[in-house]
Ligand binder design. Structure first.
Ligand SMILES: [Zn+2]
Length: 306
């Protein structure tokens, strides 16, 4: 018959033979349904596998997310500790500035960066706490950067101040010109040892044996060497900043004019030249031309009075 499909089942072992006849539409519908069921089963299986994969992936991402939040919290805490530690440097900066007689940096300037720019809100961050932690991290980094650069600038200023102070200090008369020897006559009005009347004494007299070494009391340049009336053989050293020192009644001068001298350098020997009755050094300190009391410019622990 037309439009019929014959299916023959043969078993050689059991001598079995059976044939079935089905109309073609029935066969087609059956094959169609079989295909449909097979494809549906495959689709369901793929979908289930996909959902399992997504669930595993999501679990992994959530775990990673929790770990990241924990690490960000830890990072934020570390940065806060770093900010507190840096405050030690602020204290140190203040101490150094006090020591070198410099104005402190105002606390508001140290705090610059705090409450500064707010990080733009990201639409991808759902967790408010996480967003706040990230903002805190940005803020801590800004503050640390600001304080670090400020400290660097301050250190350069302090270094300049130290160099200037050391230069000024090295050029300021500050040691005893004949160490260990006594001051036998001070600065001020006194009975003149030769004339016997009251006269102003513009320096200090330091008694010492003839030939004792006289030291320059600060760095400078020799401004004058030679004979000066009542002063006898005299050396004048210019220390800059308006300071000059004079060493009179010398027996011998050991330096030349325009020679650079360092503090503690031997520049002459004690004598009794000029208006003098015994070997001694007449020592003067002049500030901007004014003869002032040299006592103020000698380390007091090295002074011995008669
Ligand atoms: Zn004198």
């Amino acid at each position: 018959m037309k439009n019929q499909v014959e299916i023959i089942l043969i078993s050689k072992k059991r001598n079995f033979l059976k044939n079935f006849r089905f109309p073609l539409p029935v066969i087609l519908i059956s094959v169609g349904m079989l295909l449909f069921l097979t494809i549906s089963a495959i689709a369901l299986s793929v979908n289930s596998t996909h959902r399992t994969f997504v669930r595993i992936r999501r679990t992994k991402v959530e775990r990673e997310n929790r770990n990241l939040v924990t690490k960000l919290d830890s990072l934020s805490m570390s940065l806060k500790r770093a900010r507190m530690l840096f405050d030690e440097h602020v204290g140190q900066d203040n101490r150094e500035r006090t020591y070198w007689q410099m104005a402190h940096i105002h606390p508001d300037i140290w705090s610059m960066g705090i409450g500064g720019k707010q990080v733009e809100r990201s639409p991808h961050i759902m967790n408010k706490n996480l967003e706040r932690t990230i903002n805190e991290i940005h803020e801590s980094i800004d503050v640390l950067k600001g304080k670090y650069y400020l400290r660097q600038t301050s250190l350069r200023e302090i270094q300049t101040q130290i160099e200037e102070s050391e230069y000024l200090w090295s050029h300021m008369p500050s040691i005893h010109p004949v160490p260990g020897r006594r001051i036998c006559s001070g600065y001020g009005y006194r009975v003149d040892p030769i004339a016997g009347d009251i006269r102003m004494h513009w320096g200090i007299d330091i008694g010492a044996p003839r030939g004792t070494i006289i030291l320059a009391t600060a760095d400078g340049v020799v401004d004058f060497t030679g004979w000066v009336g009542g002063y006898g053989w005299t050396v004048v050293v210019d220390h800059g900043f308006g300071f000059k020192t004079a060493y009179a009644h010398c027996q011998r001068i050991l330096v030349k004019r325009r020679e650079l001298v360092k503090r503690g350098q031997a520049i002459a020997r004690v004598g009794s030249t000029g208006r003098s009755i015994s070997p001694h050094l007449h020592y003067e300190v002049r500030v901007s031309g004014m003869k002032i009391n040299p006592y103020k410019y000698i380390n007091t622990s090295s002074i011995i009075f008669d």
